[in-house]
Every structure is written in structure tokens, then in C-alpha cells.
Write a protein that binds this ligand. Sequence first.
Ligand SMILES: Nc1ncnc2c1ncn2[C@@H]1O[C@H](COP(=O)(O)OP(=O)(O)OP(=O)(O)O)[C@@H](O)[C@H]1O
Length: 255
Amino acid sequence: MNILEINNLRKVYNEGKIETKVTALKDINFKVKKGEFVAIMGESGSGKSTLLNLIATLDNPTSGEIILNNEEIKNKNDKEKARFRREKLGFVYQDFSLLNSLNIKDNIFLPLVLENTKYKEMEEKLNPIAKALKIDSLLYKFPYELSGGQKQRVAVARAIITNPEILLADEPTGALDSNSSMELLNIFEKINETGQTILMVTHSTMAAARASRVLFIKDGKIFYDLYKGEMTNEQMYEKLVKSQMIILAGGEGLE
Ligand SMILES: Nc1ncnc2c1ncn2[C@@H]1O[C@H](COP(=O)(O)OP(=O)(O)OP(=O)(O)O)[C@@H](O)[C@H]1O
């Protein structure tokens, strides 16, 4: 079953202003099946964040379709989009985006509070997640008291507590040291094994090697679509390094 379908997606910023017009995405087409862990790679400025923001319903495409969970996003008004984001999507950003005025528990509860969930139900949802992410001893601390890796695990807990259809991550390891990055990627793998669909934008070849599939964006299009299949993490890493070199050199000889 496809959880996401993107057809002829185009995004032009500042259309009509000759000096500042940017065609960030020309013609993007791909489908994501439920349970896939997809990484999106591409050079700086290739449109990765633009694509994620469109899927996240935070911006509108110039043309094309985004069908998420069998719903066409452009048919929704702002209020419906906000509700859709809260109910169907989970977000993890490079900068963690936690509120310093709330303790960890309340940060994680935030999306459920917005849905008027009962406190007991929130606690029941939190307990197994906090254990799995090893943040159960941090729940009464505040974000500024945590390390980067701990903050990112809290951000993941907040993103998955609503049981989202798709977890969207923009450079989730971007601000983490190598140990914390590994830990986070292990968590993503585990969450994915439970059936969670993940779409992750990353510059890190190491991070992308953990995904079950990697999409490369170039010249506003999906230039290469690589499935991990039976490859190990190490083999996928090698393959990604090689593929990136070939893509940089123009793309001829990609298999
Ligand atoms: N709000 C905006 N207004 C105008 N141009 C924008 C806007 N956001 C992005 N762009 C332009 O669109 C293009 C794609 O940007 P985007 O941030 O999606 O790339 P990216 O692949 O995520 O880059 P990076 O890896 O550096 O984060 C770039 O040329 C960028 O300057």
C-alpha cells in the first residue's frame, strides 16, 4: 500500500520576479510504501528541504500532486492542514525544536494536549516510548539540561507519540556527534522495524546507508532511486559513496 504518492511536483519560489525566481523542484515523481525507510539526498540547494516542507503541508506546490494517506493535500484549507499535520505526521528537525519553558514530559505530551487527549492515556502512551528511547529518567528535566543526543531522542518521542502515518526528519543527525548519531540511527531502524514509515532528508552517507531506499535529487528531479535490498549497512555505504561520485561526474554509468 502506498502511503505517499508524488506526481509531477513543481515548486518555483518568487515566480514572476525575474531577479529572485528559483525553480527548486522541476518534476518530482515517486511513491513510498507503508513501512519504508526512505532517505533523500542531494547537493546543497537541490531542493530536499523544499520537498519535505511540501509533504509536511507547510508550503504549497506551484503545481503537481501530493497524495498522503490517500488524501490530496492541496484540497485542504489551513485549518484542515494543521489538523492533518498533528494527526498524521511526526517531525524531527536538526535543531530539536523543544520548548525550553516546558519539562521533557510536557514537551512530549504537547501534540497530544493539542488533541485534548486524557492525561492517563498520555501516560500510557509515553511509558513504553520513554523506555525504548532511554529517556525515562529525564522526564522531569528541562531541554537546556540535556545533551544533543538526549534532546533528539526526546524529539523522536514527541514525533511518534501520536502514532503518525509518516515520520518526517530533516537532517536529524546534523547537530549530533558521531556516537549520538549512531544511537539515533539505531532508534530509527528499530522504529522502522515496528512498521513506522520514515522519510529522512540527510547529507550524511552514513545515515542514508541505514535507510531501505535512497532517493537522490538533482536538477529538480529524482535522479536516482536506490534500494538497499539485501545489502548490509557497509555495502550500502560503499554503494552510496560510489553513486554520489558518479552523480557528481554527470551520472553516466549509474546502476
Ligand atoms: N523561501 C524561499 N524563498 C526563495 N528561495 C528559496 C526558499 N527556500 C529555498 N529556496 C531556494 O530553493 C532552492 C532549494 O532550497 P532547499 O533549501 O530546498 O535545498 P536543500 O537541498 O534542502 O539545501 P541544503 O542541503 O543546503 O539544506 C535553493 O536554491 C534555495 O535558495
